[in-house]
Design a protein around this ligand. Sequence first.
Ligand SMILES: [Zn+2]
Length: 346
Amino acid sequence: MSFANAPSLHGTAATYETGLVDIAPGVCAWLQPNGDWSESNVGLVIGDRAAALIDTAWDLPLTRRILGAVQQRTAEPITKVIATHGDGDHVNGLQLLPQAELITSTGTAADMAHESPGGLRRSYLGARFLRTFAPGPPRRFGAYIASMMDPFDFRGITIRTPDRVFSSALTLDVGGVALELHHLGPAHTSGDTIVYVPERGVVFAGDLLFTGVTPNSWSGTVGGWLRAIDKIGALDPSVIVPGHGPLSGAPELELLEQYWRWLEQRTHQALDQGASVYECAREIVFGEEFAERPWGAWVCPERTVLNVEIVARSRATPFRPITHRQRPALMWQVARLHGELQAARA
Ligand SMILES: [Zn+2]
């Protein structure tokens, strides 16, 4: 498939190949450019008379498309499916693999229990209503949320319960290929898990690695995320499949580490001077230094609000993660910053 002709799900020009690509013998990834909201990647490991899928998509039609590509690639049955974390864009298609054993960390199992496909449909209808009929900031919020969801169809989704959970690490055999699961959260979410294929030197990092996309933390501190990065780096993989973005390796992992260190330092400076979370995020993304750094060109700079919020929360003891109920209020500010960035670019 030529990516030059295929726009991203969100309608921007794709900057890398879409679809199932071979990474190593019997190891593939479905890449979903450009890694924006819910443009998430999926992994595939093929063994002898067995295969494992790592994550699914945000809805059933896209998951069916991915499974169709998998069937073209291999006749081996998918006997195991691993969810790297509990966000809907990675778990909403799991029901299409009812015969495959679903394995997650305990944190992911808990996060999945919060996912509500009915709530998602209602949010979409509400956001579309605001986008069409509301004035001012509610319209901006509705437009942002609705555009995130426009490429997807949330009908028919049911959330699966994991068949097997583990707390820190687990090794699986998939038709003779070893898969090491390591729980490295909380960082992006509490359950963050990586899947390491030692014989092939491949790590599926889930949303512990975003490449070319501003990451965001819901559940962990910057320190927690940096420890996860260290552990991935210590495996010395030749390829890292990020949760969002193109195929990566050590340089992209290092860049993410630099981003977090920089973001944390700039946030503390601004907060020390009395800035609010929103003011701090605004100051960062409109600053000259941001534009000069590699992350100045990353997708979704407005997510800086979420990361500043996490750093602000880490100044208090005990640290309190962003709960599912607190997400909409923060997304209101994310939409506001997106609006300001759009206006500045126009
Ligand atoms: Zn994701």
